[in-house]
Design a protein around this ligand. Structure first.
Ligand code: NAD
Length: 493
């Protein structure tokens, strides 16, 4: 099997670790590709290449925004041309149904186009100032941060990478990108496109290897000016500590245990369908998944009956054939999810649907877990408090609006949340009280390149996407220009 290389300083390199990473198709357990793992020396080479391109050759950083925007548009077109190829690879590498992988790649195309357009719009401000120092012109400019380390998880491997790479590059930074070792293949395709699109040498570097070594080095290195990370809260905390060494700029998109609050006056059929999307889309491997359904007691039984009826009819199978759900990303992750299901049973939650590994027919060797619903859950259960990151949803009930809000905010996380009701005033009242960065009313999951994405509480720091997403990768410089001659009188002895 041909070994894939990594892309450092404008070239595909062998890597000096001598180690090989195997990409496994989680639907079959088969090895589908081999990739060279990078050593710490390789990572250091990538950091120095990014540093040289930013601080010495400066071609990308100093490029006028129109030309930089043109390169990003070219990259978007090239991704679009390879949409099917990238999506198929992603589906086989990650396990997500092909149509969902296609949607991810399509979103990535639009993300590049959005930032290509955004950098051509006015960003800076001009400020009115007092006259204590004489006539003064005060304004700001936005500048790239420098060398940025970008680290991503395996659940939306391509899209999470683009949410970082598109704004970081648009702002004029040089980057070192480290995808999760579980899903590296679509990143390799992305860098093939970067190479062909003509990004200057050293501006975009791809490193592959374990988070504990390769990722840590990016977070610790004094030559890295900024680290942005999407992944678990525990690793995010490590990154924060490591980044303190040179007080790096930092962006963290972390875990979630998001509440989906359903009132008795909601359209029940719609609430069931959106709840299905909220928890079973992408096999539940979604940071913002609606993994806690908090429902008004009077309609709970009716809702659970309908939800479990729908969940029981879901199809599982080879993701390339577009079943409702594919396998989980890896054997290890499947075992973790199954372990949580056992914990739920031991804690006394009522299992009403699923709860086991699915091994029928073509799924025999894959890492499939049935859609799982736990009813009668209580606040202190681990399955209610901890992120499971699989197709497992817990149901809690409330009787008053105040109780619903208390339950909704009852975890360490604050990434997302939804409210279902036909009462618009109530919807806005409750949404305002939910401590989360992304919220929905009468729907679940939509995200857009144009709108900011990120968490409250232990779900993260900063925002991706939208104008905020570009500003994360920029420094703001204040420029105060004196228009008067001489020093103001009060300043002299
Ligand atoms: P993870 O934290 O285990 O790994 C994420 C990345 O960090 C991987 O590339 C990994 O190799 C790297 N890493 C691990 N240890 C490291 C270290 N010490 N230093 C530097 N890098 C290190 O997460 P995962 O299992 O890949 O992904 C699932 C998690 O990601 C979930 O918690 C999910 O909620 C979160 N997530 C959040 C968002 C969001 O937008 N907030 C989006 C997607 C996923």
């Amino acid at each position: 099997m041909k070994k894939n290389k990594t892309f450092i300083n404008g070239s595909w390199i062998e890597g000096t670790s001598g180690k090989t990473l195997q990409s496994v198709n989680p639907a079959t357990g088969d090895v589908i590709a081999e990739v060279q793992e990078n050593s710490l020396e390789d990572v250091e080479q990538a950091i120095q290449a990014a540093k040289e391109s930013f601080y010495v050759t400066r071609e990308w950083r100093d490029m006028d925004v129109q030309s930089r925007s043109d390169v990003l548009l070219k990259i978007a077109d090239m991704v679009e041309e390879r949409l099917e190829d990238i999506a198929e690879t992603e589906s086989m590498d990650n396990g997500k149904p092909l149509r969902e992988a296609e949607a991810d790649v399509d979103d990535a195309v639009h993300c590049f186009r959005y930032y290509a357009g955004l950098i051509r719009t006015p960003q800076s401000g001009v400020y009115g100032v007092n006259s204590n120092f004489g006539a003064m012109h005060s304004y700001t400019v936005h500048e790239p941060v420098g060398v940025c380390g970008l680290i991503t998880p395996w659940n939306f491997p391509f899209l999470m990478g683009i949410w970082k790479m598109a704004p970081a590059l648009a702002a004029g930074n040089s980057i070192i990108f480290k995808p999760s070792s579980d899903t590296v293949l679509s990143a390799i395709k992305m860098f093939e496109i970067f190479e062909k699109a003509g990004l200057p040498k050293g501006v975009a570097n791809l490193v592959i290897g374990p988070g504990s070594t390769v990722g840590s080095l990016l977070a610790e290195s004094k030559d890295v000016d900024m680290i942005t990370f999407t992944g678990s809260t525990a690793v995010g905390q490590n990154i924060m500590r490591a980044a303190a060494g040179n007080v790096k700029k930092i962006g963290l998109e972390l875990g979630g245990k998001s509440p989906n609050v359903i009132f008795a006056d909601a359209d029940l059929d719609a609430a069931v369908e959106w709840a299905m999307i909220g928890i079973f889309f992408n096999q539940g491997e979604v940071c913002c998944a609606g993994s806690r359904i908090i429902i008004e007691k009077s309609i709970k039984d009716k809702f659970v009956k309908r939800l479990s009826g729908r969940a029981n009819r879901m199809t599982l199978g080879n993701p390339l054939n577009n079943p409702d759900m594919g396998p989980l990303v890896s054997k290890k992750h499947m075992q973790d999810v199954l372990a949580y299901i056992e914990i739920g049973k031991q804690e006394g939650a009522k299992l009403v649907c699923g709860g086991y590994r699915y091994e029928e027919g073509e799924c025999a060797k894959g890492y499939f877990v049935c859609p799982t619903i736990f009813d009668e859950c209580t606040r202190n259960m681990r399955i209610v408090q901890e992120e499971i990151f699989g197709p497992v949803v817990v149901i809690q009930t409330f009787e008053t609006e105040e109780e619903a809000i208390v339950l909704a905010n009852d975890t360490i996380y604050g990434l997302a949340g939804a409210v279902f009701t036909n009462d618009a005033t109530k919807a806005i009242r409750v949404i305002k009280e939910i401590r989360a960065g992304i919220t929905w009313v009468n729907c679940y999951n939509p995200a857009f390149s144009e709108a900011p994405w990120g968490g409250y509480k232990m779900s993260g720091i900063g925002r991706e996407l939208g104008v905020h997403g570009l500003e994360e990768y920029q420094e703001v410089k204040q420029i105060n220009m004196s228009l008067a001659s001489g020093i103001p009188g009060w300043y002299k002895n």
